[in-house]
Design a protein around this ligand. Sequence first.
Ligand SMILES: [Zn+2]
Length: 159
Amino acid sequence: MVNKKDLTGKKFGRLTVLEELSERSNKRIVWKCKCACGNTVNVKGIYLTTGQTTSCGCAKRKLEQKHLREAYNKKRIDGVAKQLFKGQEPRKDSSTGYRGVSKYYTRKSKELRYRAWITVKGKRYYKSGFLTPEDAYYNGRLVLEKEHLPERGFYKNEK
Ligand SMILES: [Zn+2]
């Protein structure tokens, strides 16, 4: 082996090299590594030194979970919430395109946000902080309707 480096004890990302294995992969040295999560993996030295492999795969899995969660959240708005409120599609009669949804800017950072509101018996209720008018409608306005318009069926036992 030319350029043989002893990587024992070295750390690469979440991996700590434990020992050199006797087996070779395409003539490359394979190292037994312990990941910070507790898993043990065998990684080619070249992958370690070039930074290609920095965990047993758990870091990647975490990222995938994050993406899954984001996709789920998006779906929750696009799919589930819509499904839940089927037949209550927004009337396009306001500036945002959604009934009971208005734009505003956050006080400090001046970011565009959407606020859902409803007026019941002269009292106005709000839900704020939505990133899209659609989100404000399905997760704000329609929720407000359920909370404050009992005749629409959510709190049937309420007087
Ligand atoms: Zn790991």
